[in-house]
Design a protein around this ligand. Structure first.
Ligand SMILES: Cc1cc2nc3c(=O)[nH]c(=O)nc-3n(C[C@H](O)[C@H](O)[C@H](O)COP(=O)(O)O)c2cc1C
Length: 116
């Protein structure tokens, strides 16, 4: 089972490389639930060095029954310490990410990214 959050499609692209039918976090968040699977993945962008608030809310309000939980972060310029920060933030809340990795994508943070 793979959940994704995307604004411009990078994270959806990555999620679809892992699972043919990934689940949209903004859709899933409407019904807080318990998710059970052999592996559960989260794919989302880095926003200002952290994961988006909607993804944080989803993680905090859901229960995950799995032996292997992973997080894939897409980023445009630098993921900085987002992997470590998110690992520690959620470990303290009882969610243990077994694996975290980053994927460099097209930057959509237009205030600093030169589209030209
Ligand atoms: C509000 C905002 C903040 C962002 N902050 C970062 C950042 O701190 N570091 C970075 O490398 N990219 C940052 N980006 C770029 C995105 O992480 C990157 O383009 C990502 O792949 C977009 O994924 P999406 O197409 O699934 O929305 C930011 C983008 C937005 C819109």
């Amino acid at each position: 089972m793979v959940f994704y959050f995307t604004a411009t499609g990078n994270s959806l692209y990555v999620a679809k490389c892992i699972d043919e039918y990934p689940v949209s976090i903004p859709q899933a968040i409407k019904n807080s639930s318990i998710y059970s699977d052999n592996q559960i993945g989260i794919v989302c962008p880095v926003y200002c060095g952290e994961i988006p608030n909607t993804v944080k809310e989803f993680l905090k309000e859901s229960k995950f029954d799995t032996k292997y939980m992973y997080l894939i972060l897409t980023y445009g310029n630098s993921a900085s310490d987002c992997p470590e920060f998110t690992y520690n933030e959620f470990k303290a809340l009882g969610i243990n990410f077994d694996y975290i990795d980053t994927v460099h994508c097209v930057d959509n943070y237009l205030p600093v990214f030169d589209m030209a």
